[in-house]
Each structure stands twice: as structure tokens, then as C-alpha cells.
Design a protein around this ligand. Structure first.
Ligand code: NAD
Length: 359
């Protein structure tokens, strides 16, 4: 039996993860789940935000399904999620944005995939606080090298983008496009201003694109132009590949194009390990209310099934989701217009309806 690590997470995490586990089980794929907490729940139970047992389990099983996690302020951790991505070298964040039938959106057709570099850029967490000795040294260094003037009372976050990191994420995007029948890769950057970080990303993207030129189309676009074009003509994009910060922002934008965070799945993928999780966070105000949409996590489960080679079951689960959406009878509050909120069902009830379609 296939073993998969399960991290229920914090806030609404346990509810949506439970719903996804139920639906995956209903496909008939036999999975033994190894359940470990992380984040706030783990801190309360193990005295540690990321228990060693959890990391060992993910490394052993190579696949995990994860709920959103809260990183308590003052815990000494910048972000448990960033830590997990770095620790497990989950360098590629894959977030498909596709309009499913029955989901209310402003568009008719959106079917694109955001591939975000997960380990570098401003999110590497290399920061210098205002007034520290190291910050003063850095400010002096910048001035000594004639690189510009930084005000003394500045806080500084470093943006480093490497040739290595750029090449592997762009190559990942092209391989993803080939494996998934996608036609075009668009590299997103701000190389006109950030010549040495985004400029390097773009230079490497163009080099890698050359190797695929007969098989996958390539273009590049400046991130501000992309933001405008995504709103005006989202159907013109296929696979987007972006450095970390732009990827974070653009993937939420794309979730908005296809109906919101309730329907946006994701995966963090490395060479060894893959962790599947919804794009949304732990929405603490809804925790324990059996109210939020489980689809983002269930669709992350579809991605997980594909990843472990269970393609037939992945398609069956996705079809079951589509059927429930089309019927429109068992929908959570976020999928209904304001006037119809009284007919919303709970997280569990929606998942149960999906399971019935799989029976
Ligand atoms: P959030 O995604 O938790 O919630 C924002 C809003 O989106 C919610 O108030 C709700 O209206 C809506 N929403 C989110 N998930 C939904 C769902 N499944 N169904 C219906 N509506 C949904 O974002 P936030 O409030 O900025 O973050 C809350 C906490 O989550 C923070 O502690 C943050 O750090 C954490 N977070 C964790 C992850 C992760 O673990 N991957 C990702 C993002 C945020």
C-alpha cells in the first residue's frame, strides 16, 4: 500500500484535509496516511513547529498532502511553509488556474498554470534590520563599491537570483509543458529595471527555451504588463514561469480569475519530494465551522493522484468534482451568489456529495 504523509495544518486545515482524504479514499486508491501536525498545532503538542518525525516521514514517503499552516509570531520562525520548501528543496510551486463549469467567474475560459520558483529571490529571508551593525556594514559596503546610497535608517531585504535556480525552474516549466500537452511557456520578469537578478533569470530562460524551440513556444513579459494582460485576456496564457515573489502574487491573482481561493489547488515539487496543498491559508475566522470550500484541497488531491501515477483515479475524482459543480446542489457559501447563501452546504457535505459520485 502506498504511504503518504498527511499534515492537517491549522485553522480550517483539518476540515479541508479531512474532506480531501475522504474523496481520495472514495476513488479506491489504497493509501496509508501517516498523520503529523506542523505549525501552531505541532507547537502545542510537540513543543516544535516542525517535528523531526514529520520531516522524516515526508522524506521517506516522498509525497505529502498538507493543509495550511499558521506560523505564530515570535516563534523564531519566519514561516513554516518557507522552511519546509527550503528544507525539502521543493523548488517548483505549481498552481493550475482553470475555470470549472458552474463556478462563478468574470471570464469564460481560463486554463493556465503558474510555476513559481520557491527557494530564492526576496523570499530567501536574507534580511537586515534597521540600526543593526550588519546593516550599517552593508550600507557602507554598498557605498564603498559605488553601488548607490542607502539611507542609514533603512531595513534591507536581499534579492538574489542564481543561474542554477533559474535554469532548474525554467527547465521544469518546459518539461511540465511537454508532459501536460501545453503549448507555450511565458517567462515573467522585471529585467528592464532589475538587470542583474531578473536580467539573469531572463537570460537563462532564453537559453533554456532554445533547447525546446521545436516543441514548445516561448515568450517573455514584464510583470506589470502581465498583470494587466491577465485581467484583459487571460486566455492568451498557458504556462507562466516566475521568480518567487512575482509567482506568489500572480498565483493569487490567477486564483481570483477562476473563482477564488476556494478552488485553487497547488503543489510544491522537488527532485525527491512533492507536497500538495491548497493555495489558500488557514482562514482562522472560519476554523471549526464546517463552512469553507474543500475543493482547493480536493483538487490538490487530484494533482497528488496524478503525481503517483494514478491517472485514471485522478480523472474520476476531477470528473466527480465537475459533476457536483454542474449540478449546483451541494455548494459551499463562496460558490453561491449573495442572494442564495441560505442553500450553502458545509465542507463535509460537499465532500460527501463528491464521494457519492465516485461510488
Ligand atoms: P487565507 O487564505 O487564510 O484567507 C483569506 C480569505 O480567503 C478568507 O477569509 C476567506 O474569505 C477566503 N478563503 C480562504 N480559503 C477558503 C476556502 N477554502 N473556502 C472559501 N473561502 C476561503 O489568507 P490569510 O487570511 O491572509 O491568512 C491566514 C493565515 O494563513 C495566516 O496565518 C497565513 O500566514 C496563513 N497562510 C498559510 C498558507 C499555507 O500554509 N500554505 C498560505 C497562505 C496563508
Amino acid at each position: 500500500m502506498r504511504k503518504v504523509t498527511l499534515i492537517p495544518g491549522d485553522g480550517i486545515g483539518p476540515e479541508v484535509v479531512d474532506a480531501a482524504r475522504m474523496c481520495i479514499s472514495a476513488t479506491g486508491v489504497e493509501i496509508e496516511w501517516e498523520v503529523y501536525p506542523a505549525g501552531q498545532t505541532a507547537l502545542e503538542r510537540y513543543g516544535k513547529l516542525v517535528p523531526d518525525e514529520l520531516l522524516e516521514s515526508i522524506r521517506r514517503n516522498k509525497v505529502a498532502l498538507k493543509g495550511p499552516i499558521i506560523t505564530p509570531v515570535g516563534s523564531g520562525f519566519r514561516s513554516v511553509n518557507v522552511f519546509l520548501r527550503k528544507e525539502l528543496d521543493l523548488f517548483a510551486c505549481v498552481r493550475p488556474a482553470k475555470i470549472y463549469p458552474g463556478v462563478r467567474t468574470r471570464y469564460d475560459v481560463v486554463d493556465l498554470v503558474v510555476i513559481r520558483e520557491n527557494t530564492e529571490d526576496l523570499y530567501a529571508g536574507i534580511e537586515f534590520a534597521e540600526g543593526e551593525d550588519a546593516t550599517r556594514d552593508l550600507i557602507d559596503l554598498v557605498s564603498r563599491y559605488g553601488k548607490g546610497y542607502i539611507r542609514e535608517d533603512s531595513g534591507i531585504s536581499l534579492k538574489a537570483i542564481s543561474r542554477f535556480g533559474s535554469e532548474r525552474i525554467v527547465r521544469f516549466a518546459f518539461e511540465y509543458a511537454l508532459a501536460n500537452g501545453r503549448k507555450k511557456v511565458t517567462a515573467v520578469h522585471k529585467a528592464n529595471i532589475l538587470k542583474f537578478s531578473d536580467g539573469l533569470f531572463l537570460e537563462v530562460a532564453r537559453e533554456v527555451a532554445e533547447e525546446y524551440r521545436d516543441r514548445v513556444e516561448f515568450e517573455d513579459i514584464i510583470v506589470d504588463n502581465l498583470s494587466m494582460q491577465l485581467i484583459q485576456r487571460p486566455e492568451r496564457f498557458d504556462v507562466l514561469v516566475l521568480p518567487n515573489l512575482y509567482g506568489d502574487i500572480v498565483s493569487d491573482l490567477c486564483a481570483g480569475l477562476v473563482g477564488g481561493l476556494g478552488v485553487a489547488p497547488g503543489a510544491n515539487i522537488g527532485n525527491e519530494v512533492a507536497v500538495f496543498e491548497p493555495v489558500h491559508g488557514s482562514a482562522p475566522k472560519y476554523a471549526g465551522l464546517n463552512k469553507v470550500n474543500p475543493l482547493a484541497t480536493i483538487l490538490s488531491g487530484v494533482m497528488l493522484l496524478d503525481h503517483i501515477g494514478e491517472h485514471t483515479h485522478a480523472r474520476r475524482l476531477e470528473e466527480a468534482v465537475i459533476e457536483v459543480l454542474k449540478e449546483g446542489k451541494a455548494l459551499t457559501y463562496d460558490l453561491l451568489p449573495p442572494g442564495e447563501q441560505d442553500r450553502a452546504v458545509g465542507t463535509r457535505e460537499m465532500a460527501e456529495e463528491i464521494c457519492r459520485k465516485l461510488a
